[in-house]
Design a protein around this ligand. Structure first.
Ligand code: SAM
Length: 707
């Protein structure tokens, strides 16, 4: 097949058949016939989905040879939600090169002017250098997205190819996925299985955008108003918002909005209009991924985001940088003498180049737990729960709901539809079955249907809404009923809760609360990590530093958890640091922040710069790493650890005041590592093993010092 032929073949087709052609080309590039060259065992092991054969049609179980894409025995398998994807028909080890796929590169102008986002190719482009876009041939275009990908890709700009390599072992029948974007809110489609979470995020973003827009308009001086109509619209939005707020619970956590689809469509149309206005006035920051072609806006009817695959951005994110920026009232000029005195006496020191990070020595531990250099009386390590863990464990509390009793089966349908519309989006009611059957006093069964949380709607609002939904519902009289606040996490809980109200059963992964069940190898490794930071902190103390130290490392492979979502860490990556505020004359040089900076620095230099990053676009993160600290970190460092996506943290000394992790029974403390309102959680463990009294004294720090 000549190049000319290939090109015309591709451009003359559209949709699925085009891509099937591309795949056939790939097979030939790999020197493999399209038919199975591996003596494979058909598509039965790949159920429940179908295998796509060479002509794009499904392979039936009629003894037909299974289709293999390349010598590794990769298959295309399709399902209704995600479309086609790449599956393995045999076990493939970590680090295997799956394919180096050639790409066709379009410049930014070609992509935008050709309105590619409005074509089928809009979902297939890889961002390329200088704002260009690349369409991958071979299997490149067939990988679906996963947030814990089994395949990594590297763009080879000079060769015009993309290399795909496995990041972990992939078993026969498993799908091979890449990560399009570490931030899933930037995807232009709802990742399968994430619909509920996605809906919640879109709603949150919409609310934020709306706030921004309203506040922005409100902050404009009258003579700066671009258009009086905009002000009207802002006013309308404010009113709408106020109305919706009235339907929210005290935490503002549920939005009950009947017919919200139309509202969202209108809002997005408005955003697109604003975005277009912005790009026509040239004020846009035109980085790819934050500013699609102007033409893309008109495609909003085809799909919500006319953006391209990896690193694409949904429109609501685009508009976050919206045109109408708030204008803050100008502050009175500040008199220099009002300012506090400078924090440091030698300002030149503040901006010294930091010394490059060094890969510190590994810790001394034993797989069998025996014979470490400093055998410890093995101490207990206790898991520190955050507010989210505590809430999940909070199992015996009740929730007040509005319910109705119903015996008329004809009205049942209407009432169920109303209930679905009303409480379907309330995350605090998802654990409840909507109907309960209860024998009443005369022994006759009665049905009850849940409607809403009492704290979200009052009775008269609810009755108005019922009437508006269907006049026949006006005969019902809602009353308050107390139901279990959370799902059943064990069979025992299911038995206890269901007689009160039927709840769903979501068995919890049992998380150990202490180290008693840990394997010896983990005990030995954690012990060695703790010893390392105690030693480092003593050295820091002797050097006149604040005696707080930190060590971060990828855990040895034998200690990796076996759960699906675990992303293997960068092997051998580790760093340590102590607090350096005294020598660097900088108040933010805390041990944890220094260590995060060291990891980011190490990843930019060999050997780590040459390794596959654990996840594209996430090179600076502490993904899957374990971190040891002498002291519970301050809130700032705890947030930095959260932002770095650390996997677990161990520390020895709790903060005397205002640490980032520990929470008190009366609800004090922050529990930054496990909060529902933050987007990452990690495990936190407090070491309660033996620490020499003298060491404790030397490492004691002031009550008020943030570390
Ligand atoms: C580069 S294509 C991947 C191949 C595609 N499945 C096909 O059949 O051609 C990207 C498209 O696949 C779908 N997709 C990929 N990953 C997905 C996921 N995790 N969940 C749902 N759809 C996904 C989306 O429709 C997206 O626009």
């Amino acid at each position: 097949m000549t190049n000319d032929h290939t090109n015309s073949d591709i451009s003359s087709r559209s949709g699925t058949s085009t891509l099937t052609s591309i795949i056939n080309i790939s097979s030939r590039v790999n020197g493999v016939a399209a038919a199975d060259s591996n003596g494979g065992d058909g598509c039965s092991d790949l159920t429940p989905t179908e295998t796509v054969k060479e002509n794009g049609g499904p392979c039936t179980a009629t003894g037909e040879e299974p289709y293999r894409l390349n010598p590794l025995g990769l298959n295309l398998v399709s399902d209704a939600v995600r479309g086609r994807g790449v599956f393995s028909s045999r076990s493939i080890p970590a680090g295997t090169l799956l394919e180096e796929s050639p790409v066709l590169v379009l410049s930014k102008a070609e992509w935008d002017d050709g309105r590619m986002n409005e074509t089928v190719l809009g979902s297939y482009g890889f961002c390329w250098r200088e704002g260009g876009m690349a369409i991958g041939l071979g299997i490149a275009s067939m990988f679906n997205h996963s947030s814990s990908p089994s395949v990594n890709f590297i763009r080879n700009y000079d060769r015009g190819t993309i290399t795909f390599r496995t990041t972990r072992r992939v078993d026969a029948g498993q799908e091979l996925c890449i990560c399009y974007s570490a931030d899933e809110s930037k995807l232009w489609f709802t990742p399968a299985g994430r619909e509920a979470e996605w809906k919640r995020r879109v709603e949150e973003e919409d609310r934020e955008d709306e706030d921004r827009m309203i506040n922005g308009l409100w902050a404009l001086e009258p003579d700066e108003l671009v258009d009086a109509k905009e002000l009207d619209e802002a006013e309308k939005r404010r009113a709408e918002r106020a109305k919706r707020m009235a339907l929210r619970g005290p935490n503002g956590d549920v939005s009950i909005s009947l017919g919200s689809k139309e509202a969202r469509r209108a809002k997005w149309a408005e955003k697109e209009r604003l975005r277009q206005e912005e790009s026509s006035t040239g004020s846009s920051t035109s980085a790819r991924g934050s500013s699609p072609s102007g033409s893309a806006a008109s495609s909003s009817t085809r799909k919500s985001t006319p953006m391209i695959a990896p690193h694409a951005v949904r429109p609501s994110t685009l508009v976050a940088a919206t045109p109408i920026l708030p204008k803050y009232p100008s502050l009175p000029p500040r008199v220099i003498s009002d300012l506090p005195p400078p924090l440091h006496s030698t300002p030149s020191k503040r901006y010294e180049n930091p010394t490059p990070a060094v890969l510190c020595e590994d810790i001394n531990w034993r797989e069998d737990g025996e014979g470490s250099e400093q055998p410890t009386e093995w101490g207990l390590v206790r898991r520190i729960k955050g507010p989210a863990d505590q809430e999940e464990g909070d199992d015996d509390t009740l929730l007040d709901l509005w319910v109705v009793e119903i015996d008329d089966t004809k009205l049942m349908r209407h009432m169920l539809d109303f209930s679905k519309e009303l409480c379907g989006s309330d995350s605090k009611m998802r654990h409840l079955k909507r109907v309960a059957r209860r024998p009443n006093v005369n022994g006759i069964d009665r049905q009850m249907i849940v409607l809403s949380r009492v704290e979200v709607l009052d009775r008269s609002e609810l009755i108005d809404m019922m009437l508006e939904f269907h006049p026949a519902l006006s005969i019902f009289s809602p009353f308050i009923y107390s139901v279990p606040k959370s799902a059943a996490r064990s069979q025992e809980e299911l038995r206890q809760k269901s007689p009160i109200w039927p709840v769903v059963y979501t068995p919890a992964l049992s998380k150990p609360n202490d180290s008693s069940t840990w394997p010896d190898a983990r005990k030995s490794w954690v012990d060695a990590g703790i010893r390392r930071v105690l030693d480092l902190a003593l050295e820091a103390q002797q050097a006149g530093q604040v005696p707080v130290a930190c060590f971060v490392s990828s855990p040895p492979e034998s200690l990796w958890p076996s759960n699906d979502g675990f992303i293997p860490p960068t092997p051998g990556l580790r760093a340590c640091s102590h607090d350096t505020r005294n020598t660097e004359l900088h108040p933010l040089r805390h041990a944890a922040l220094n260590t995060i900076a060291s990891i980011a620095d190490l990843r930019t230099r060999p050997p780590f710069s040459e390794m596959q990053p654990t996840r594209n676009g996430a090179d600076y993160l502490l993904t899957s790493l374990s971190l040891f600290l002498t002291h519970e970190p301050c809130v700032m460092c705890s947030m930095a650890l959260l932002h770095s996506r650390v996997r677990e943290v161990f520390y020895v000394f709790p903060a005397k005041r205002g640490g980032g992790f520990e929470v008190t029974e009366d609800g004090g403390g922050f529990g930054v590592h496990a909060r529902k309102d933050l987007n990452h959680r990690f495990e936190v463990w407090r070491w309660e093993g033996h620490v020499d009294e003298r060491v404790r004294e030397l490492l004691d720090i002031d009550d008020d010092l943030e570390v």
